[in-house]
Unconditional design. Structure first.
Length: 94
């Protein structure tokens, strides 16, 4: 799973609850822009967000799987950053 797939999964869950981004944001006391960023894969959701969304759709989300996916994405992105930094340092030394 990547950021976009994660966002689409959460967007689908919101739609199952028959809520717009604005309605979900109001229920969760969030900015609607944050909901949009989560659904577009720009920002990761907090654990509380996942749990509350899961309650709204009667526990159909695989919370453990989503948390594992977030950790995997973060790990891949972190290692990519380190590889880029190492390549930059190596190229600068040449």
């Amino acid at each position: 799973m990547n950021r976009i797939q994660l966002g689409l999964t959460l967007k689908e869950a919101r739609r199952k609850a028959n809520l717009t981004q604005e309605q979900l944001a109001e229920r969760f006391i969030l900015d609607a822009k944050k909901v949009s960023r989560i659904e577009r894969g720009i920002q990761f959701p907090e654990e509380d967000y996942l749990e509350r969304l899961n309650v709204l759709i009667r526990n159909e989300l695989d919370i453990a799987g989503i948390k594992a996916a977030i950790l995997e994405i973060q790990s891949v992105e972190s290692s990519s950053i380190w590889r880029s930094r190492e390549e930059t340092i190596t190229n600068e030394q040449l």
